[in-house]
Ligand binder design. Structure first.
Ligand code: FES
Length: 124
């Protein structure tokens, strides 16, 4: 392995003895790239993910509204969560649960960690 091959470790996979991948941490961006009150979109394989910085805490959820095909990164971030731009359901960022109709299904949420000023999310 050359020195430049180990400059940055961005994925950690946990693989069972049956070959199943349990999860992996993916480096999304620097924490300075997501300031308080900001959201950003991030795609990983087939996943469309929303990251939001609410009062200094970073949350990650699925980005597509569970009611219809709306991109929540174009919605509104408030103390209550993220509000869908299409029919205005608001999703709690901690739980992914919708707080009001018409959405009835929760968003998937992802674990987030920040290490050495880099934001990571845990995907499966
Ligand atoms: S598409 Fe989001 S509430 Fe309808």
């Amino acid at each position: 392995m050359k020195k430049q091959d180990i400059v940055r470790l961005t994925h950690l996979k946990v693989i069972t003895n049956t070959g199943d991948i349990l999860s992996k941490w993916v480096n999304v961006c620097k924490s300075s790239d997501l300031k308080k009150g900001e959201m950003l979109d991030y795609d990983h394989e087939d996943k469309k993910i929303l990251l939001a910085n609410l009062n200094g805490k970073v949350y990650a959820t699925d980005r597509i509204c569970t009611h219809a095909d709306a991109d929540l990164s174009t919605g509104i971030l408030t103390e209550d969560g993220v509000t869908c731009p299409l029919h205005l359901s608001t999703f709690n960022l901690k739980t992914g649960a919708p707080e009001n109709l018409p959405a009835e299904t929760s968003l998937k949420i992802y674990n987030v960690k920040i290490e050495q000023n880099e934001i990571y999310i845990e995907v499966d």
